[in-house]
Design a binder for this molecule. Structure first.
Ligand code: NDP
Length: 257
């Protein structure tokens, strides 16, 4: 997706959509300069990581199981990234890691609510906070006018299930109460951050990847990870200040809040 050498960080990069993003970014004709593929355990039982190149830096433990709000490890990761990118900063941060419980109002538990909030909301908040200085650096260093993912941007991987408008159509099929609440919060983070940091030239957008056949999406998904990521990378490439704070799907369609 990169038109010129940029630095990118992706969370949840050991499997599913995160890993597919890493693969497609590596295969691009114009490789990225630094690709920070973050995951809590690259050697874990579910990990499908088999990619390794000179520009791929694994930063394990950027987040920890049951403790995605581990502020210290996120600060540590930001320091490590800074030590590699220096004055170039970080151009693109993709908050992709996420979890989903199949709960509803009657079955959810404090643990479900807390774990989902930690992973899907608190972690993106803290990661965005810690990496904002690096994104600001990238924005200042860039000669590109306006806003773009090649300059400085945060993409939050959201979900159609976050859409209030979709509830009547989708709730009975997949309640996922804690997940819906968390992704709606992630969307609010996207809009607030877009407003707060537009003066720094940092673009924020929430992307729905489609219903994808991954561990989370299950076998009945509409599309495979390749198609979803191909679409999302194309959408990211097309983003400008017009889409700052937008909620879009993998085909670039604006979704209702
Ligand atoms: P997967 O379940 O396949 O992968 C989830 C990823 O998130 C894994 O890399 C996992 O790492 C990581 N992760 C989960 N919890 C944590 C944590 N506490 N700390 C660090 N990493 C964590 O899901 P998908 O690839 O399908 O989903 C990716 C994103 O897309 C998610 O945000 C999801 O909500 C969103 N999405 C997916 C849809 C779909 O149909 N698949 C639809 C709409 C949105 P580990 O291996 O360590 O568990």
């Amino acid at each position: 997706m990169a038109a010129h050498s940029i630095s990118i960080l992706i969370t949840g990069a050991n499997r599913g959509l995160g890993l597919e993003m890493v693969k497609q970014m590596i295969e691009t004709a114009q490789p990225v300069k630094n690709l920070f593929a973050c995951c809590r355990d690259p050697d874990g039982p579910k990990s499908e990581v088999k990619v390794s190149t000179s520009y791929l830096n694994f930063l394990p433990y950027i987040m920890h199981r049951n403790d995605a709000c581990d502020h210290d490890s996120i600060k540590q990761a930001a320091k490590q990234v800074y030590s590699v990118t220096g004055a170039g900063g970080l151009n693109l941060l993709i908050n992709n890691a996420g979890i989903l419980f199949r709960d509803n109002v009657q079955t959810t538990t404090p643990e479900n609510m807390q774990d989902t909030f930690n992973t899907n909301v608190l972690a993106p908040v803290l990661i965005t906070q810690e990496f904002t200085p690096l994104l600001r650096t990238a924005s200042k260093a860039s000669m590109i006018p306006g806003m773009s993912c090649r300059k400085a941007a945060v993409i939050n991987i959201s979900a159609l299930l976050a859409s209030f408008e979709s509830v009547k159509r989708t709730y009975n099929f997949l309640p996922a109460l804690s997940y819906r609440i968390s992704k709606a919060s992630l969307n609010m983070l996207t809009v607030c951050a877009a407003e707060e940091l537009k003066k720094d030239g940092i673009l924020f957008a929430a992307l729905h990847p489609g219903w994808v056949r991954t561990d989370m999406g299950g076998e009945g998904g509409d599309i495979d990870a390749q198609e979803s990521v191909k679409g999302m990378l194309a959408v990211m490439t097309s983003l400008s200040e017009r889409e700052n704070g937008a909620f879009l799907d993998y085909q670039g369609k604006t979704l209702p809040w």
